[in-house]
Ligand binder design. Structure first.
Ligand SMILES: Cc1ncc(COP(=O)(O)O)c(C=O)c1O
Length: 429
C-alpha cells in the first residue's frame, strides 16, 4: 500500500479539529447548581420531593400519564417487563444489536431473550423478521429506538396486535425522537428512558419508567421499591407484597434532572442544527453511509452513527481492521468518533453460556436451552457492528454549528484520503 499521506493528522499532519474545540456535555449553569444545592440543603436525600416532581414533569413533557423515576434505564426496563406480565420462561423478542441490558433485563425476570436481526437503515429490530421468531411462548417485544431513531412502529405494533404481544420501548437513547409526530415512549405499553452521563438528558445516572396504564404503573412501582405497595412518600407498612428490588433514584439526582429537563427542548434544537450541518457536508462522500431519517421518523441525533461501505472502497480484508484504522485516523484529526458496540448481543458470553444464575438458569429449567444464539443468524447486525463508528458529543450543546463544520472537515479529510490508510500501519501503534 502507498505510504500514508502527510496531510493526515495520523501521520503528523495538522489536526482538522483543534484541541479544546468540542465542549463537554452537559452544559451546567446556575440553575443546575441551585437546584442540586437546594436539594442538598433539604431534609430528604433519598426519594425526596424532587423525585416525584421529576416524574410528573417528565411524564408531562413526554406525554405519559405515569412516570416513575428510577436509578437507571436498566431498572426501568426490568420494571417494564414485570408491568407487562412477563413471567419466568416466557419468550421476549429483542433486537440483536443494542446495549447489553436491552436483553439482560429479560433474564432479570427469568424470561428468555429471543433475538431478531436488525434492519440496516434504521439499525433497529427488523419487522420483516419478527414473525418467524414468535412462538406460543412469546409474550412481548422489546423495541430499541437505537441511536435516537424510532423503529418502524406501525409494522411492529401491527404484528404485536395480531399475536397479542406487549410492546416495551427501550427509549434509553431516544428522548424527543418522534414517530408519526408522536414521542417515542408513548407508542407501546410502557417504556424506559436512561439519564446516564452520555444520554440526551443527563443526571449522571438515572432513568424513567413511563406508561399510560394504571395497572402497569402499580406493578412497576412494586418492583421499584422492595415489593411494597406504598411509595416512600406515603406511610409505608414495610411489607413485601411481591418480589421487589431497590430501583429508586435519589433527590439530588432528580433535582439535577429537573433543571436539565427545563432546557431539553433547547438542547434538541441545537442537536438538529448540528446534525443538519453534518448531513449537508458529508452527503455523497464515497464509502461513507450516513444515518437515515425515514419518512414518519424525526431523529433526536443522540448518536450520529455512520457505516463504512467496504465494497465501495474496495476493501476485501477484515472489515473491523479497516474500520478501526479509519476511526484512529478520525480521532487523530480531533473527531471524537468511537465504536459503540463491537459485539452483537447474541455473541455476548452471558447469552452464549446460557448460565446467568448458575445451574443453566433461566434456560435449563424453562426448557429453553435450544433457543438459538448462533451469531450467524444475525448477519445484518454483524455487518453493522463491524463497519460502524459514531459520535455523540460534537452534536450536543453547547457545541454549535461552527464545531459541526470542523467535525465535517475532519471526516471529509479522512474519507477523501481513504486509499492512503493502511490498517497494517495504522493499527501497529
Ligand atoms: C439502548 C439502551 N438501553 C438501555 C440502556 C441502559 O441504561 P442505563 O445505563 O441507564 O441502565 C442504555 C444505556 O446505557 C442504552 O443505550
Amino acid at each position: 500500500m502507498a505510504a500514508i499521506a502527510e496531510n493526515l493528522a495520523i501521520m503528523g499532519g495538522k489536526k482538522a479539529v483543534p484541541d479544546g474545540t468540542v465542549k463537554k456535555w452537559p452544559p451546567i449553569d446556575d440553575t443546575d447548581v441551585k437546584s442540586v444545592l437546594d436539594s442538598l440543603r433539604g431534609a430528604n436525600h433519598a426519594a425526596g420531593p424532587n423525585c416525584k416532581a421529576f416524574g410528573d414533569e417528565f411524564g408531562a413533557w413526554n406525554g405519559n400519564k405515569h412516570a416513575i423515576f428510577t436509578n437507571s434505564g436498566t431498572a426501568a426496563l426490568h420494571m417494564s417487563l414485570v408491568a407487562c406480565g412477563v413471567g419466568a420462561g416466557d419468550h421476549v423478542l429483542v433486537t440483536a444489536y443494542s446495549w447489553s441490558s436491552s436483553a439482560t433485563c429479560i433474564i432479570h425476570h427469568n424470561a428468555i431473550p429471543v433475538f431478531v436481526d436488525i434492519d440496516f437503515d434504521t439499525m433497529a429490530i427488523d419487522p420483516a423478521k419478527i414473525e418467524a421468531a414468535i412462538t406460543p411462548r412469546t409474550k412481548a417485544i422489546i423495541v430499541v429506538h437505537l441511536h435516537g431513531l424510532s423503529a418502524d412502529m406501525d409494522a411492529i405494533l401491527e404484528i404485536a396486535r395480531r399475536h397479542n404481544l406487549k410492546v416495551i420501548e427501550d427509549a434509553c437513547q431516544a428522548h424527543a425522537a418522534l414517530y408519526d409526530g408522536k414521542k417515542v415512549g408513548t407508542l407501546g405499553d410502557c417504556a424506559a428512558f436512561s439519564f446516564n452521563q452520555n444520554k440526551c438528558l443527563c443526571t449522571g445516572e438515572g432513568g424513567m419508567f413511563v406508561t399510560d396504564v394504571e395497572e402497569y404503573r402499580q406493578k412497576a412501582a412494586m418492583l421499584w421499591s422492595f415489593g411494597e405497595t406504598r411509595t416512600p412518600d406515603q406511610s409505608r407498612d414495610y411489607h413485601a407484597y411481591a418480589l421487589g428490588w431497590m430501583y429508586r433514584g435519589n433527590d439530588m439526582t432528580a433535582a439535577f434532572g429537573r433543571s436539565q429537563l427545563a432546557k431539553l427542548d433547547g438542547y434538541f434544537a441545537i442537536q438538529r442544527e448540528n446534525a443538519a450541518v453534518l448531513n449537508r457536508r458529508l452527503r455523497g462522500l464515497p464509502g461513507l453511509i450516513l444515518p437515515t431519517e425515514p419518512e414518519k421518523c424525526t431523529h433526536n441525533w443522540y448518536n450520529y452513527a455512520c457505516r463504512i461501505d467496504m465494497k465501495k472502497i474496495g476493501w476485501t480484508g477484515e472489515p473491523t481492521r479497516m474500520r478501526d484504522a479509519v476511526m484512529k485516523a478520525l480521532q487523530a484529526e480531533g473527531v471524537p468518533a468511537s465504536i459503540w458496540q463491537r459485539y452483537i448481543l447474541p455473541r455476548m458470553t452471558v447469552f452464549q453460556a446460557k448460565n446467568a444464575y448458575g445451574n443453566g438458569s433461566p434456560w435449563a429449567e424453562n426448557d429453553a436451552l435450544d433457543v438459538d444464539y448462533n451469531p450467524a443468524r444475525f448477519p445484518v447486525a454483524q455487518l453493522h457492528s463491524e463497519t460502524h463508528f459514531g459520535m455523540t458529543m460534537p452534536l450536543r450543546a453547547p457545541n454549535r454549528t461552527d464545531v459541526a463544520e470542523l467535525i465535517a472537515d475532519g471526516i471529509r479529510k479522512v474519507f477523501e484520503n481513504l486509499e492512503k490508510i493502511d490498517p497494517d500501519q495504522v493499527l501497529k501503534t
